[in-house]
Write a protein that binds this ligand. Structure first.
Ligand SMILES: NC(=O)c1ccc[n+]([C@@H]2O[C@H](COP(=O)([O-])OP(=O)(O)OC[C@H]3O[C@@H](n4cnc5c(N)ncnc54)[C@H](O)[C@@H]3O)[C@@H](O)[C@H]2O)c1
Length: 473
């Protein structure tokens, strides 16, 4: 099929490359000229496993342009809208990009029947709204014919950054919402190779063992739109739930790792998204839970569960600072090293990243903050170069003379660090593992005071005890 993807960010580019690999003719359209030039040179503007390799493999089916007039919208079977919907100050999603995209698509539609798909996460009712914008733009073009030339659909995206291509090729389900039967049929055909899993798997993106046919959920527009918000809010509250229990575990001397396993093996609960830590971040959970609440407010619904999940989440970031304060007594003049900036491993995305919030709190209290990330440093310097954080190329520089180190992002390379050598560079060997990611015994053998999240069972030594032991060494 002929597909145009409007907005080639994390979602748009991943979808485009996957569909091109499956044999569709895909044009990527983005208003950022630099992004298009990079893509035309075969480079991915984002860090995502396998993306550049698949771009290369599928290049005969992929085109990139920054011009609506050259995107081939008039001949497209499907046009995806996958532009950003960032959060406004009042919690509502900013729909300016969606509006501009819809109007531009309307101006360029041809006589061929086209399905316009909202892949961006948009509030309930956006399908109808986009549809009216497209009609409005069509009516202003010469030769406008009133017969229906397009149908509107919603196809929410569930990929996770870091495993975006894997999630696109091997999804748990595909959700498609539309009022028009033809639209549902077109999208079912578009995704057929994924639904049937009859495409050849790639060595660098292997099909999970035993992975079979993928279910498709067809729904009306509003239900498809709400499925996306409901799914994200549920995942967000699952994380906040385990973090709330982690706070109690710490007080009563229990271990959240054992608790997580103990409850996660219950198939009604499931073990994923039950890792205690410093909470969620990224471009979706914060924004989508806020949007869900503002939508509910319009209908005079309070959504107390979602509200609480947000509160618990943002308190986890403050908890890090309080924990450091508890151990170090004074933060003013202290040097704190942060390992990891990206909101999670395997991505360079810094949107709503806990590291930046933690750094801000520490700076407000007069601490010096040094930070490292194996992938997101460039982005961080570009976006937050004047925030007062020292962005450093090596872990050694970050720990040098540090009073404490906080592991913020679970990058696998941090597990392999030479902790004993790093400890010798620090002023005090305090390590706060914000993801319960490092091996406690390894850190303790290296002479650290190790603090995890919700690890009330850890026989912790005080910093003074640790210091006197290491001096005796
Ligand atoms: N990132 C994720 O993990 C994820 C997962 C599921 C859903 N979503 C949703 O998907 C949508 C896109 O998210 P993203 O992370 O890919 O965003 P992004 O910011 O990475 O990319 C959006 C792209 O759209 C382009 N754009 C903006 N206005 C445009 C216009 N009028 N015409 C053409 N291009 C335009 C921007 O230049 C940018 O490249 C959002 O609604 C988001 O909530 C994101």
């Amino acid at each position: 099929m002929k597909v145009v993807i409007v907005g080639t960010g994390y979602v748009g580019l991943t979808t485009a490359v996957a569909l091109a690999y499956l044999g569709h003719e895909v044009t990527c359209l983005d208003v950022l000229e630099e992004k298009i030039q990079l893509l035309q040179a075969g480079k991915s503007p984002i860090y995502e496993h396998g993306l550049e390799e698949l771009m290369e493999l599928a290049k005969l089916h992929l085109r990139y342009t920054s011009q609506y007039a050259q995107a081939g919208i008039e001949n497209a079977d499907v046009v995806f809208i996958s532009v950003g919907t960032p959060q406004n100050a009042d919690g509502t999603p900013n729909l300016d990009y969606v509006k501009r995209a819809a109007l531009s698509i309307g101006q360029h539609l041809g006589t061929r029947f086209t399905v316009i798909v909202n892949k961006s996460t948009v509030p309930i009712g956006s399908g109808n709204w986009v549809s009216s914008l497209v009609r409005e733009a069509m009516s202003q073009v010469d030769g406008y014919k009133p017969e229906a030339r397009f149908a509107m659909a919603s196809n929410p995206e569930f990929l996770r950054e870091g495993t975006a291509l894997h999630d696109t090729l091997y999804p748990d389900r595909i959700v498609v919402g539309a009022e028009d039967e033809r639209a549902l049929m077109v999208l079912t055909n578009l995704y057929r190779p994924i639904l049937n899993q009859d495409f050849p798997a790639l060595e660098f993106l292997p099909r999970p063992e035993g992975f079979g046919a993928v279910p498709i959920v067809t729904a009306d527009l509003a239900s498809a739109e709400l499925i996306k918000y409901a799914a994200n809010a549920f995942l967000a509250l699952k994380i906040s739930y385990i973090n709330e229990i982690a706070q109690l575990a710490e007080k009563v001397g229990a271990d959240i790792m054992q608790i997580g396993r103990g409850i996660g093996l219950d198939t009604r609960i499931g073990s994923r998204f039950l890792n205690a830590g410093i909470g969620w971040g990224g471009s979706c959970f914060g924004k989508d839970t806020a949007a869900l609440m503002t939508t509910a407010e319009e209908y005079r619904l309070a959504m107390p569960i979602v509200k609480a999940a947000r509160e618990v989440n943002y308190n986890q970031r403050v908890w890090v600072v309080e924990k450091l304060l508890q151990e170090l007594k004074i933060l003013k003049g202290r040097t704190i090293g942060l390992l990891g900036l990206a909101f999670k491993a395997q991505t360079d995305d810094l949107r709503d990243a806990p590291a930046l919030d933690i750094a801000r709190h520490l700076l407000q209290r007069g601490a010096k903050v040094k930070a490292h990330d194996p992938v997101a440093l460039g982005h961080a310097r570009q976006l937050y170069g004047d925030a007062g954080i020292h962005f450093l190329d090596t872990v050694e520089e970050v720990v040098q003379e540090a009073d404490a180190v906080v592991l913020v992002t679970e990058w696998p390379e941090y597990r392999k660090l030479e902790w004993e050598a790093l400890k010798r560079r620090m002023k005090t060997p305090l390590l706060l593992d914000g993801r319960n990611f490092l091996a406690q015994h390894v850190l303790e053998q290296a002479g650290f005071l190790y603090i995890g999240v919700g690890r009330g069972n850890i026989k912790s030594h005080s910093l003074t005890q640790i210091a006197s032991v290491s001096e005796a060494d």
